[in-house]
Design a protein around this ligand. Structure first.
Ligand code: PQS
Length: 405
């Protein structure tokens, strides 16, 4: 269906991208939206959508034309009060965005992570040993993808042990809250205030250990790089965006290998492919599926105009499998170069934690590849539905062990 608007007929789609049917399997909607044209109007939410790689990439690279300060969820901060104080990174435009971003770029950069590398590899070996000691059948989500980030990341930030079970539910609600106020948001709402209060409390200077990411953010405030008022909100960004995302990214790569035995064999032959494998899984699965931008002026897209102040939904998952950009896009293939995927975003907001995520993936995959000859599905998988994240609740697997270790 199309409607007449401006210069021509604007493709229209009535689907609910946040409905359970689409969350269970978004791929058919993605193909429909990509094929409909460079921009599509979504009647259900009165928003525009980009699903082709070219246009998603171009919009993310153009922060002047497609802003974040009106929120990257459906809710437009120009008219609606955000459910929590806006993130200084995610929900900000330059120039306000830049100082907090510079601080995190350094705190989470490849150089800073070098001192964590050895410990995280040892932690991964220990976790894999523990899991395998329990037998050759386990759930890749609850035995590996959840426990590993929870074992290494909160320690690296430097928060206390008590209450860490709040991290995953907080993230789940946060990522639901970028979508419409549907049943998933309603399910999380009763605990939102309590979870938020706990997360906010962990950002105080006196709770954080002396050498973690949190303390380094406070040290940047001492140096005047950000203000002392900004420091707790920057710590909050780590606790918000650093846990669920990596859990679902690790689930994605484990699922990919459990369903592609020939790719697992390649990884075992060349464990240095672990990082490429993780990026290819991020492209293939797109753990962060969607977020919004807001047009800062009337923007022309092909024959159409997105009016100033309107929200545009970016379909990262659709862009990452756009056949106009990728050969055989549905194949999980370690021999492809996945760089340029938009699974971590693009441009000035591109995931500042991506090196942390890659280090976690590398540690876990190399530990697993050392001991496991083969990994396969061992029963029905179950998706976890979230308005933003493409997630798994359960991936039952069976492994065949390397005998010599
Ligand atoms: C924060 C940063 C990033 C924060 C959508 C949202 C996010 C990917 C997609 C995210 C959420 C929160 N990341 O700074 O609090």
């Amino acid at each position: 269906m199309t409607v007449t608007q401006g210069y021509g007929t604007l493709p229209v789609n009535d689907a609910d991208p946040f409905g359970h049917e689409v969350l269970e399997n978004p791929l058919p909607l993605h193909a429909e939206l990509r094929d409909a044209g460079p921009v599509v109007y979504l009647t259900m939410y009165d928003v525009y959508a980009f699903a082709r790689y070219e246009h998603v990439h171009a919009a993310l690279a153009n922060w002047q034309g497609f802003q974040s300060a009106a929120g990257v969820g459906l809710s437009n901060f120009r008219y609606e009060k955000p459910w929590r104080p806006p993130s200084l990174l995610l929900e900000a435009d330059p120039p306000r965005h830049d100082a907090p971003r510079r601080v995190l770029t350094k705190v989470l950069g490849p150089r800073a992570l070098r001192r964590l590398r050895e410990g995280w590899h040892a932690d991964a070996e220990r976790l894999v040993d523990e899991v395998l000691a329990g037998g050759d059948q386990f759930d890749a989500v609850t035995s590996l993808a959840e426990p590993f980030p929870l074992r290494v990341f909160p320690d690296a930030v430097g928060i206390p042990n008590h209450g860490r079970e709040h991290l995953l539910p907080y993230g789940d609600h946060l990522f639901n809250a970028f979508g419409p106020p549907n049943d998933l948001v309603a399910k999380g709402a009763p605990r939102a205030a309590e979870l938020s209060a706990w997360v906010n409390a962990q950002c105080a200077r006196d709770l954080l250990t002396g050498d973690g990411f949190g303390a380094q953010i406070w040290a940047a405030a001492d140096r005047g790089e950000i203000t002392p008022e900004q420091a707790p909100l920057v710590v909050r960004s780590l606790l918000s965006a650093g846990v669920d995302t990596t859990v679902h990214g690790l689930s994605a790569v484990l699922y990919a290998f459990a369903t592609h035995p020939e790719q697992w064999r390649r990884l075992r032959e060349r464990p240095e492919l672990a990082r490429v494998a993780f990026d290819e899984a991020v492209r293939w699965e797109s753990p962060v599926q969607t977020f919004f931008r807001t047009a800062t002026n009337d923007v022309r897209v092909g024959d159409h105009v997105v009016p100033e102040g309107r929200k545009i939904l970016m379909f990262l998952g659709a862009a990452n499998r756009d056949p106009r950009r990728w050969d055989d896009p549905d194949a999980f293939d370690l021999s492809r170069d996945p760089s340029g995927h938009v699974g971590f975003g693009m441009g000035i907001h591109q995931c500042v934690g991506q090196h942390v995520a890659r280090l976690e993936a590398e540690a876990l995959l190399t530990a697993l590849a050392r001991r496991v000859r083969r990994i396969e599905l061992d029963g029905p998988t179950r998706r976890h539905h979230n308005n933003t994240l493409r997630a798994w609740e359960s991936i039952p697997v069976r492994v065949h062990l390397e005998k010599s270790i």
